[in-house]
Write a protein of this length. Structure first.
Length: 265
């Protein structure tokens, strides 16, 4: 058997070939292959990546590589940074890249390294997910961004790069249900809307907290009137119960809400 290659069997008894390499005491699986020759090519390429420092991520060519690009990233990161990570991460000093392809990657703060070194990022319909405790979780939720949030309206990437997920690059504009930051004549205010047979304006408020509590108050009024929609609640962690109740009691909502009559089916 060629170096780095060993055989294995599928459940139906078919023989296939696996390849692995050991570097700095770490045993690394390189994958499964249909022939001994292909498995050996993968081993030889991995060996070259570990020992030939002229080889970088820019050297990757899909048509000529027996190893997937993700394996290149893992191997070169281990070679250059001394840390083996099972996801396609390449470390920088204070951040890291998570690669999908040579010119397709996300940027994260180093504080997120443990999270993404143990979870694979998937893409579906323009959204980015990880499997977390058996659930698919949108990675934007780590920043307090809701699933229904609209980029440019509810949050934005400060430097314009929507693949740069460093915390300093993500600005949350609207963090509460039904609350929208507005500006007129240089003055910022917050408008609250609630959806019932179309959007109803609850009111306009000086602060985001007042606007969020106004949404909760409007939802309570509609529910008391018989509307059975499960309105999402706004949780304001920075307020204690007494302060929340005070604002709730004082905050005004539109007469269109207080006088609202539920439409009959």
């Amino acid at each position: 058997m060629l170096p780095g290659v060993y055989t294995a069997q599928k459940k139906d008894g078919t023989t296939y070939y696996r390849s692995s390499i050991t570097y700095s005491g770490k045993h690394i699986s390189l994958g499964s292959f249909s022939s001994e020759e292909d498995a050996s090519l993968a081993y030889r390429q991995a060996d070259a990546l570990f020992h030939d420092f002229s080889l970088t991520l820019d050297s990757f060519t899909l048509s000529e590589s027996p190893l997937a690009f993700g394996k290149w990233v893992m191997i070169l990161n281990y070679r250059d940074n001394g840390l083996y990570i099972k996801t396609p991460i390449y470390l920088q000093k204070r951040f890291f890249y998570y690669y999908f392809a040579p010119d397709d990657y996300l940027t994260f703060d180093i504080e997120d390294l443990f999270y993404y070194s143990t979870r694979t990022i998937s893409r579906r319909g323009g959204h980015l997910f990880v499997a977390d405790y058996g659930m698919q979780v949108n990675i934007l939720s780590r920043y307090g961004i809701k699933n229904y949030a609209v980029p440019g309206r509810d949050y934005r990437f400060v430097n314009g790069n929507n693949k740069d997920f460093r915390y300093e690059n993500i600005e949350i504009i609207n963090r509460f249900h039904g609350v929208f930051q507005k500006e007129k004549n240089g003055r910022r205010y917050y408008e609250t809307k609630i959806h019932e047979n179309g959007d109803l304006i609850v009111g306009r408020y000086e602060t985001e907290i007042e606007a969020a509590i106004a949404y909760n108050k409007a939802a309570s009024v509609l529910i008391q009137k018989g509307y059975d929609k499960n309105f999402p609640a706004n949780y304001i962690e920075e307020l204690d119960a007494a302060k929340y109740k005070e604002i709730y009691r004082q905050v005004a909502i539109s007469p269109r809400i207080t006088n609202y009559t539920l439409r009959s089916e």
